[in-house]
Write a protein that binds this ligand. Structure first.
Ligand SMILES: [Ca+2]
Length: 95
């Protein structure tokens, strides 16, 4: 059970890192674009954002992340695969 909790914490940490990075990048875009894409929420449910509807405009990452636990007991920290999909508007460099 501790391993599952650690895994959830690790995945959450990764999500937070990407969220912080994306937020900084979105702020950069907001300063140059007139109308940036934004989440659409109707009756408490997120909706499809037209600007993100085209999968050709998505950026995908296949990542391997080292965990802080050794679930198989081989003496090495486990690695887990993480798929990340993000909108293209987050793909700019923040200085
Ligand atoms: Ca291991």
């Amino acid at each position: 059970m501790k391993r599952v909790i650690k895994l959830v914490i690790t995945i959450s940490a990764i999500a937070i890192i990407f969220s912080i990075e994306s937020s900084a990048q979105i702020k950069e875009i907001n300063s140059t674009d007139k109308k940036p894409a934004a989440p659409i929420i109707v009756n408490g449910e997120t909706q499809i954002v037209p600007e993100f509807k085209d999968p050709d405009m998505w950026i995908r990452h296949d990542l391997w992340v080292e965990t802080e636990f050794d679930s198989d007991g081989d003496g090495k920290l486990d690695r887990m695969h993480v798929d990340v999909t993000r909108p293209r508007q987050t793909d700019i460099t923040v200085s």
